[in-house]
Design a protein. Structure first.
Length: 367
């Protein structure tokens, strides 16, 4: 039986995924990887270029650049130029894909995007947001502030009283907030993403599963919520939860992973879900050193899918739709700026995707 070839939409999503990972792609490489002709890939690239999502170059494509000719503007007349400020806590892991999506959407509708990097610190968040407001150049803000721990309520109140419309990105507030307007947000449904991972492992026969959460990540609370829900519905034990950072370079990571392995053996745990990719790769590497075969002895599922495909074996991963998140955030803000109070407040959840690779399903033995 021949392997099914991907449909056009799937191919084009793959093209954009590779672009976001590497910054450029080659027609020849994509054609080989997807099992289609180079002509087909060229047509896909042309279609994506027409939408302003990439730039065609000789033999391949790159992400759009500020030097590219501006694509046709849509949705609004050029007489209403908007500038949107965006403050994110990191400019490396996770957030570049979100920023690429936001930039692509901004270029498509002809708005300017002013980016500022912050940190996971409320004082720094306020400083960067305040600088954008004080400059008087932005008509709206996309923000990913620290809303954890002490000061969270005060931070929400402060944001809710800013003089321009604000949308939280990959953050959320309580259902009701004591602010002049109910804050809008768009974020990944991480709880459902974790549930996808648990159900996948359950379908493949795993009845004792562990969860390793990244310590201090705002995502961890959502993942824990999805974990408890999935375990309750599938009647699985839920007590194996470790909150530690175990990525390579983290002090003491080998000792921590050894403790996780010991606990797996004692509890007869056969699968682990780990947040995030660097931590999962560190676990897989250490397990290999200790003679624990992945997936035959221990199945692994990563949460994030930034570099999971580079591991050995390639890691099954839950992939939040990061670029889509950025695009939706910009589209929501443009709608808010154009329609004002006529538009009801929106709070949007975007579903992640489970990407199946070699780390979670045992290889079939030949007879």
């Amino acid at each position: 039986m021949t392997e099914k070839r991907p449909f056009a939409l799937q191919r084009r999503e793959r093209v954009m995924d590779e672009l976001r990972r590497h910054g450029s792609v080659r027609v020849q490489d994509l054609a080989r990887a997807l099992g289609v002709s180079e002509l087909t890939i060229r047509r896909d690239i042309a279609a994506l270029a027409a939408r302003g999502l990439l730039t065609k170059v000789h033999g391949g494509a790159t992400l759009p650049s500020d030097l590219d000719p501006a694509p046709p503007r849509r949705h609004r007349p050029a007489s209403t130029p908007f500038t949107i400020g965006m403050v994110v806590p990191s400019l490396d892991f996770y957030w570049p894909s979100v920023l690429n999506g936001a930039r692509t959407a901004a270029v498509a509708v002809g708005v300017q995007l002013q980016l500022r990097g912050s940190s996971y610190d409320q004082a720094e968040d306020r400083r960067q947001i305040g600088r954008l407001i004080d400059a008087g150049q932005v008509q709206g803000l996309l923000l990913a502030p620290n809303l954890e721990g002490e000061g969270a309520d005060e931070m929400i109140s402060w944001i809710g009283n800013l003089p321009v419309p604000t949308i939280l990105v990959e953050r959320h507030t309580p259902q009701w907030t004591p602010t002049p307007r109910q804050l809008e947000w768009v974020r990944s449904d991480h709880a459902l993403g974790l549930e996808m991972a648990v159900r996948h492992l359950h379908e493949h026969g795993h009845r004792r599963i562990g969860l390793v959460l990244s310590k201090g990540s705002p995502t961890s609370a959502h993942l824990a919520q999805g974990w408890l829900k999935a375990c309750a519905e599938l009647d699985l034990p839920s007590e194996f939860v470790v909150r530690e950072d175990v990525a390579l370079g983290t002090p003491g990571h080998r000792r921590i992973i050894e403790g996780i392995l010991t606990r797996c053996r004692r509890s007869r745990t056969t699968a682990l879900i780990v947040h995030s990719d660097p931590d999962t790769m560190s676990v897989a590497q250490y397990f290999g050193e200790r003679g624990v075969a992945v997936p035959d002895d221990m199945a692994l599922v990563s949460y994030d899918d930034e570099v999971a495909h580079l591991a050995e074996p390639a890691l099954t991963a839950v992939r939040p739709a990061k670029a889509r998140l950025g695009r939706v955030a910009v589209d929501m803000m443009v709608s808010r700026l154009m329609e004002g109070k006529r538009l009801p407040p929106q709070r949007v959840l975007i579903l992640p995707e489970l990407i199946l690779r070699d780390s979670s399903v045992k290889r079939a033995t030949s007879l």
